[in-house]
Design a protein around this ligand. Structure first.
Ligand code: AMP
Ligand code: FES
Ligand code: ZN
Length: 345
């Protein structure tokens, strides 16, 4: 097997592209796919500050590495979810990467900073763990980005993730979710922009990228995700992909191209009737936001500020945040707990 680009010995075969690559050309291929996604969907403009949500897994670490190499200003954000046996090593992988690259890692820890973990939060709020986890992560991504003065939140959702979510949304004809399933969610109204630059790369490609780049990552899946629907959709799509390579990419990218036909016009979050949560300042339609409700029910403290201490936070231009989005106390550095831990420079 020879590399499609340089004819050297190939080490990665991509059946969906009917191609194989040597290590160097595969890394170039990954960079090109990320660059193309960023440009095609106007994800990150030159000079913007990006906050990469890093789980310690292959996707988000590959993404952080790619963005740094492409010259983006990209800090990491790791959220400790308090999942015994899983969260400790995931944090270690994120920290080790940050240290090796001399990159800045912002850390938020649910038990330490808010007084609950995914399991206790889920039980107290009568949710399944993945729902409590998703709610907590989304809230913290948004608050950390706004309070840290970042222009954009970047997540490591890859082609397999997005195709599986699309599959699930279509099976249920969930039009509201379909409308929001874009690789870019615009910012505004108290939300930061959110982008997914890995939508052109498959899961085994980000794994291969990490191996070739010598990036250690957490291989284990979250113990609470076993048997969830999303994994079932992934398996189903993998069976189809095995027989017809390229189907997954055609399915997802076809949706981006023709989604409007389904009424899935480009849309942001549901933004009608939003007002700032009296407890944390996040935009909500409820009396308090869903995150603060969960934290309170779990006996935690929703009033804690996200431990982001960034020079840019103090210098945040007023225009970057709607006045209503945050309580006046949100930005001064004095309001931030000293527990913020950062790796590297
Ligand atoms: P998941 O929801 O686990 O499939 O993860 C999707 C994306 O969310 C990852 O690629 C990361 O960008 C981000 N993410 C997941 N878990 C964490 C975490 N504990 N801390 C920070 N970001 C995370
Ligand atoms: Fe969220 Fe497993 S990572 S419940
Ligand atoms: Zn709130």
């Amino acid at each position: 097997m020879k590399c499609r680009s340089c004819r050297a010995r190939a080490v990665v075969e991509l059946r969906r592209h009917n191609a194989a690559f040597c290590p160097d050309c595969f890394i170039t291929y990954c960079r090109n796919q990320v660059t193309r996604a960023i440009e095609e969907h106007k994800m990150i403009a030159p000079g913007e500050r990006a906050l990469v949500a890093v789980s310690g897994g292959k996707d988000s670490l590959a993404l952080w590495d790619l963005l740094l190499d492409l010259g983006y200003q990209a800090d990491g954000l790791y959220i400790g979810l308090g999942i015994a046996g899983y969260s400790e090593p995931s944090g270690e992988y994120a920290r080790a990467f940050a240290e090796r690259r001399g990159a800045r890692l912002v850390e938020v820890d649910l038990p330490r900073d808010y007084g609950y973990d995914v399991r206790s939060g889920a039980a107290a709020d009568h949710r399944v763990p993945c729902s409590a986890c998703g709610l907590s992560k989304r809230h913290i991504f948004d608050r950390a980005a706004l309070e840290g003065g970042y222009d954009v939140v970047v997540t490591g959702h890859n082609l397999d993730d997005e195709a599986a979510v699309l599959f699930g949304n279509l099976l249920r004809w969930d039009v509201a979710y379909l409308a929001r399933q874009r690789p870019v969610l615009p910012g505004g109204d108290g939300f930061p922009r959110k982008v997914k630059p890995l939508v052109r790369l498959a899961e085994r490609e980000t794994a291969a990228y990490c191996v070739l780049r010598g990036i250690d990552y957490q291989v284990e899946e979250c113990p609470m995700s076993a048997g969830n629907k999303h994994l079932g959709y992934k398996d189903a799509l993998n069976t189809i992909e095995e027989r017809s390579p390229g189907t997954k990419a055609a399915f997802y990218h076809g949706f981006l191209e023709h989604g409007g036909m389904l009424g899935a016009e480009v849309a942001g979050e549901e933004r009608d009737g939003l007002h700032p949560c009296p407890s944390c300042g996040a935009p909500t339609v409820g009396e308090v936001c869903a995150f603060c409700r969960l934290v309170r029910r779990a006996g935690g403290d929703p009033g804690r500020r996200i431990p982001v201490s960034s020079p840019a936070a103090a210098a945040l231009p007023a225009s970057a945040l709607p006045a209503s989005a945050l309580p006046a106390s949100a930005l001064p550095a004095s309001a931030l707990p000293a527990s913020a831990r950062e790796g590297g420079a």
